[in-house]
Design a binder for this molecule. Structure first.
Ligand SMILES: *[C@@H]1O[C@H](CO)[C@@H](O)[C@H](O)[C@H]1NC(C)=O
Length: 589
């Protein structure tokens, strides 16, 4: 009896130990097995600015190294050619037109911290998906998808509402205004646009004359005249106020919900973000939790003010210096992953939000062989992004993906990696590109891609399942300045109105064999033309049917800030600096 009892005891103990051992292994492997994600997003970087995409004078060894160890995507497209809608599409996997991030005949973005527009709360992002699956998530750097809706501090569009546990960075953007010695500012641009497009001065003056006449004829009271005068003069003074206050009020850094710096010091932002990234990776390692980190650089948007160690070091002035600063930072993040033993199971993605801003000359990047640039949603130079992905577990070194892929594909690709179902209550425009990244020889998962400029459909791509050609039809073209592929008098090409040309019949190119789009397919002599255009027109019909009526985020009213939405770190001074010790960083190439 005694004997049996001991045996039973020993048996139970052994089983308990075995169970404990098994569950420990399971927990550990669960923690270690779930891949991590690091997304690097550059601002306004052209496809021709990166070494592995053919640049031989800017030094980007760290970015190039990711391509050597992973996959280079040569036809990876942004859904818009300006920051705000492009970033919205990247995070949501959906065309900006589906949730109203379009407007007017200008390619529109959020411009003030004090405007109510931004990514609608009904949108779901892939960082949210990761967070819902137990990931730690963080955004370092530029957000540019809105902040407040009804009052200063409601943070209805804040990154924390879209899946980021931690935010350290710029709620708006770097901009010309942010340079303390700026010669030209966004305020002046706004003034120019207002007077060019809306003729506010003329309209206000003529209404004023009418009001005075009504007063003279005794139809109205003095009170009305005075009220109207105040209103009209604030409209007229607005651009100038924006110019004076622009830097202080919009060039702002936040940590989570707090404003920590206004106006920000651009030059130290990239080193500071780099320190934050190191800290975040170390904490994630210690916590033994999977993480999703987005590092969203101000580089290389004007004003170009990299840290002092990078100034004058490149062969392309402040622009090249800023690219090399970003490359340095990426190198530090990659080295940190390596040091922490995380490289093998981390999905690393690098891209830019839109093409180089060619109208700014030396201050804008190169879009390589492609025509057009920032602002031109229908031009290859505006939307073909220098993109690379590394994930040693699944992607072979030196992979090249030439088929059409999109930044919107990241959402469903992340979902596939997480084994998470896609939201079923909405149209998802992105597709899972894991098979292509894994080296599968198959056509793009996109039969059609729709290239928008603001709310206008300018071009459509078509990849028939058979053969190996991708077609691109241009319904609308930009009226470029002679001898260029930009609109220098306008700062950015417009999406509609007098500055575009409607192509009837549409221009059609084989972008596989003619990526520069020099040789349009003849509508009259090539029978393929009508077959392809017919298929595209049917697809456009289906696409348009899938759109629903939504509130537009960018309209005329966005040119006017709402003072009650403006946040300030220490009202009324709005003047704060963050002090960070950068001495632990090895800064420079
Ligand atoms: C490299 O980038 C610089 C800066 O954008 C540009 O001026 C130069 O033309 C590029 N070189 C190539 C080969 O594309």
């Amino acid at each position: 009896m005694y004997y049996t009892n001991t045996r039973t005891h020993a048996f139970i103990m052994a089983r308990l130990v075995w169970f404990a051992f098994l569950s420990a292994i399971l927990t550990l492997s669960r923690g270690n097995d779930r891949p991590n994600f690091v997304f690097f997003v550059a601002d306004d970087l052209g496809i021709g600015d990166v070494g592995c995409f053919g640049n031989d004078t800017i030094r980007t060894p760290n970015i190039d190294n990711i391509a050597v160890k992973g996959a280079k995507l040569t036809q990876h497209l942004a859904a818009a050619a300006v920051c705000t809608p492009s970033r919205a599409a990247f995070l949501t996997g959906r065309y900006p037109i589906r949730y109203g991030m379009v407007g007017m005949d200008q390619p529109a973005t959020c411009i003030h911290m004090s405007e109510p527009s931004g990514l609608p709360r009904s949108e779901v992002t892939f960082p949210q998906l990761a967070k819902d699956h137990g990931y730690r998530t963080a955004l370092l750097g530029k957000w540019h998808l809105g902040l407040n809706c009804a009052w200063a501090g409601d943070h209805c569009h804040h990154p924390s509402k879209f899946g980021f546990d931690y935010f350290y960075g710029l709620p708006v953007s770097n901009a010309l205004d942010c340079d303390p010695d700026a010669k030209e500012t966004i305020g002046q641009r706004v003034a120019q646009i207002l007077s060019q497009r809306l003729r506010l001065v003329e309209i206000s003056t003529s209404i004023f004359v009418v009001i005075l006449a009504l007063k003279y004829l005794k139809y109205i009271q003095w009170k009305t005249v005075i009220l109207f005068s105040v209103f009209a003069s604030s409209l007229l003074a607005y651009p100038h106020l924006r110019q004076i206050g622009g830097r202080r009020l919009n060039c702002v850094m936040m940590r989570d919900d707090d404003i920590i710096e206004m106006p920000f010091n651009i030059s130290t932002i990239t080193p500071r973000m780099t320190l934050e990234a190191i800290k975040y990776l170390e904490e994630s390692k210690t916590a033994n939790e999977p993480f999703l980190l987005e590092v969203s650089y101000w580089n290389v948007h004007t004003a170009l003010l990299p840290y002092k160690e990078f100034r004058g070091k490149s062969r392309h002035g402040p622009y090249g210096d800023s690219v090399e600063e970003m490359d340095w930072s990426i190198g530090v993040v990659m080295a940190t992953l390596e040091r922490l033993g995380l490289t093998d199971n981390t999905f690393v993605y690098f891209t830019s939000d839109n093409g180089g801003h060619i109208e700014t000359g030396d201050e804008g990047g190169s879009n390589g062989i492609y025509k057009g640039g920032k602002g031109q949603g229908g031009s290859e130079g505006g939307i073909r992004m220098p993109t690379i992905v590394q994930w040693p577990r699944k992607i072979k070194p030196g992979t090249v993906v030439t088929e059409t892929t999109s930044q919107m594909d990241i959402f469903p690709t992340v979902a596939d990696i997480l084994k998470a179902p896609l939201p079923q209550d909405r149209v998802m425009d992105g597709r899972n590109i894991l098979p292509l990244l894994g080296g599968a020889k198959q056509p793009s998962p996109h039969d059609f891609m729709f290239h928008y400029c603001g709310e206008y459909l300018h071009a459509v791509r078509y990849r028939p399942r058979d053969g190996n050609v991708t077609w691109k039809a241009h319904f609308v073209s930009y009226n470029w300045d002679p001898g260029t592929t930009g609109c220098s008098t306008l700062f950015l090409c417009r999406c509609a109105g007098q500055e575009v040309t409607h192509n009837d019949p549409p221009l059609l190119y084989d972008v596989t064999n003619d990526p520069v789009e020099d040789r349009p397919i003849s509508a009259s002599s090539d029978p393929t033309y009508s077959v392809v255009i017919e298929a595209i027109k049917r697809a456009v019909g289906d696409h348009v049917d899938s759109l629903t009526d939504v509130e537009k985020q960018f309209g005329l009213s966005n040119f006017f800030s709402r003072p009650w939405l403006q946040e300030c770190c220490n009202f009324p001074f709005c003047d704060c600096q963050e002090n960070v010790d950068l001495s632990s960083l090895q800064i420079g190439g």
